[in-house]
Unconditional design. Structure first.
Length: 295
């Protein structure tokens, strides 16, 4: 298994690197650390004359060398500098070049509140990547946790839930961690329901969530270490805040139904979850894997 970290010499880059190291150690994966530079600097960097562009390319190599020096000796790691008009596209091409299974980025930037604050690069990745993307919340670099403790899989009713479960099972099995299945129930009045009949809405939503979890559990291999829970709240944020989280946990979610085949699209539910979560989130393309029986 191979992972690619989109690295910048910033706190967000350090968060991504820390998460990449944690995932690589957990999965026994190779780690690639990549810096993407814009192409107008590529030509200058290749010309053997002094100049700002050449200096920047050399600086990128120095940043990667410093990052590599901080990576523990038990992690197999390589570094790479490449050039692209788009940082996100550059990471996707780098992931394709090395046949990576996952892209890891830091969430610090401008955008959402909370531990995640998604910048334009991460937003673009979450709308276009053909492979899963792991987003490190702010402060991941400060954690001493070395391995993933537990995987939480947030299941919904949309197309692609089976593929998300498949991915979560494969990850948990490779990592040797337990799996927690979660169904979030937001009890905002829905279109076509009687706003005064909140309890009926709640009972219907909870029954549907329970059916979803039971169906998912029935498709798991016999003896697989799994727990399941339903949490509800007036909003998605309130519901997800009721879950117990520990340092070393991560959550996996599926991309929106709006996504193109084998592409990510961060849906409204996942975006709302990001506002209150303090654990890494892995977003999985809705048809990342062909439908198949679990191994």
């Amino acid at each position: 298994m191979k992972l690619v970290v989109g690295y910048l010499a910033t706190p967000g880059g350090a968060d991504a690197l820390a998460l990449g190291v944690r995932l690589a150690r957990t999965l026994g994966a190779e780690l690639g650390v990549s810096i993407i530079l814009p192409p107008d600097r590529a030509g200058a960097a290749l010309v053997p004359v002094g100049g700002y562009d050449e200096h920047l390319a050399e600086q990128a190599e120095r940043w990667l060398a410093e990052a590599r020096a901080d990576i523990p000796a038990d992690i197999t790691v390589g570094t790479h500098v490449s050039f692209d008009d788009s940082y996100a596209d550059g990471l996707i091409k780098e992931a394709a070049r090395v046949e990576a299974d996952l892209i890891v980025v830091g969430g610090s930037g401008g955008g959402l509140a909370g531990s995640y604050s998604l910048g334009s690069v991460v937003n673009e990745l979450l709308h276009s990547s053909p492979v899963p993307v792991a987003v490190a919340p702010r402060g991941t670099r400060e954690s001493s946790i070395e391995r993933v403790r537990e995987v939480t899989c947030a299941l919904g009713e949309r197309v692609g839930a089976d593929l998300l479960l498949n991915t979560a099972v494969r990850f948990s099995r490779a990592a040797g961690t337990p799996l927690r299945l979660v169904s979030l129930v937001a009890l905002d009045p829905m279109f076509g329901t009687l706003r005064g009949d909140d309890e009926a809405v709640r009972e219907h939503a909870l029954a549907h969530a329970q059916h979803t979890l039971e169906t998912a559990k029935s498709n798991l291999p016999e003896g697989f270490p799994v727990t399941s829970t339903i949490v509800d709240g007036h909003t998605v944020e309130e519901a997800v805040s009721k879950l117990e989280w520990h340092d070393g946990d991560l959550i996996m979610v599926g991309s929106s139904r709006l996504s193109a085949p084998k592409r990510l699209f961060l849906g409204s539910t996942a975006a709302k979850m990001l506002r209150v979560l303090e654990v890494p989130m892995v977003v999985v393309p809705r048809d990342q894997f062909e439908a198949a029986d679990l191994p």
